[in-house]
Design a protein around this ligand. Structure first.
Ligand code: MN
Ligand code: MN
Ligand code: ZN
Length: 299
């Protein structure tokens, strides 16, 4: 694509309208994430709806739900994405882990639906040497099982692109497409692109040519209509390294140009963009990264 074509597509939206935000902690109550996000000027937010490294969670109480809904309605945050627990593997080889994973995923869908969260982001799964095809088939079966048990739910099951570390599936757009096409209710499926993960998987968004090629491929294979969100992370490791290590925006191997292309791409103005970059409790790193994104978005 020429510079002129890119320029025609450049977004001209004000800083306040940029749909950027970060993953925030739910310490002290799920609703507390809104305060944290708003304190640093987020317009989007990602949360865990339970502890990310435990199988079981206390069921949500009426009070949890009411507090969440009150905070959500008062808030400036336009989109909330829930990220599922890291323990869940929808193509686990061990039958007891597969069973636990499916039940936990179902619980995640339930929690989102109760809170009114539109997107449940999850990693497709790791096939553990069973083979990629086997893994994809099992992921499809798991999703069909969970969707069957949650008929009519509004929350979408959002496949996150992965770096392809270990035996993780979802490092090629083709794999996401296969899963979506295999699921009975494809309309309940969407995709989240993690910039660090696709770069580590070999999609070079650090150059203009690579950026255009990557998104042309994404649109042809998956389709922009399935794109629910971005995770904006720079990558500590190189292109095609298959290693998933997040870095602050502009300080990694993707670098500022890649994020400038994305922030100025009008096709993605309405798509929530969420940081998952390293940070401490005072959120100063989030503030720094949001400021960098606003600057890059500003032209
Ligand atoms: Mn993730
Ligand atoms: Mn991510
Ligand atoms: Zn990651």
């Amino acid at each position: 694509m020429t510079n002129k074509q890119t320029a025609n597509r450049t977004s001209h939206i004000s800083h306040q309208d940029l749909l950027i935000g970060a993953h925030e902690s739910i310490a002290g109550g799920i609703y507390k994430a809104f305060e944290r996000a708003e304190s640093i000027g987020c317009r989007t937010l990602q949360i865990f709806t339970k502890s990310s490294n435990q199988w079981h969670a206390k069921p949500l109480t009426d009070e949890d739900i009411a507090n969440y809904k009150t905070a959500a309605s008062k808030s400036n945050i336009k989109h909330v994405v829930a990220h599922d627990s890291y323990l869940i593997n929808l193509c686990a080889v061990d039958p007891s882990i597969l069973k636990k994973s499916r039940e936990a995923f179902l619980d995640e869908l339930d929690r989102c639906e109760m809170l009114g969260i539109s997107y449940l982001n999850f990693h497709p799964g790791a096939h553990m040497k069973a083979g990629e095809m086997e893994g994809i088939i099992k992921i499809i079966e798991s999703l069909n099982w969970a969707h069957e048990k949650t008929k009519g739910f509004q929350v979408l099951s959002v496949l996150e692109t992965t770096a392809g570390q270990g035996s993780s599936l979802g490092y090629r757009f083709e794999q996401l497409k296969e899963i979506i096409d295999g699921v009975d209710e494809a309309k309940r499926m969407a995709v989240c692109i993690d910039t660090c993960h696709i770069f580590a998987a070999g999609y070079d968004i650090s150059t203009e040519e690579g950026y255009e090629k990557t998104f042309k491929e994404f649109d042809e294979i998956v389709g922009f209509e399935k794109l629910a969100a971005f995770h904006l992370n720079d990558s500590k490791k190189g292109l095609g390294s298959k290693v998933d290590r997040h870095e602050h925006i502009g300080k990694g191997m993707i670098g500022k140009p890649g994020f400038r292309f994305l922030m100025q791409d009008a096709r993605f103005n309405a798509v929530p963009k969420i940081l998952e970059t390293p940070k401490g409790e005072d959120l100063k790193e989030d503030k720094m990264n949001l400021a960098v994104l606003r600057k890059l978005g500003g032209g």
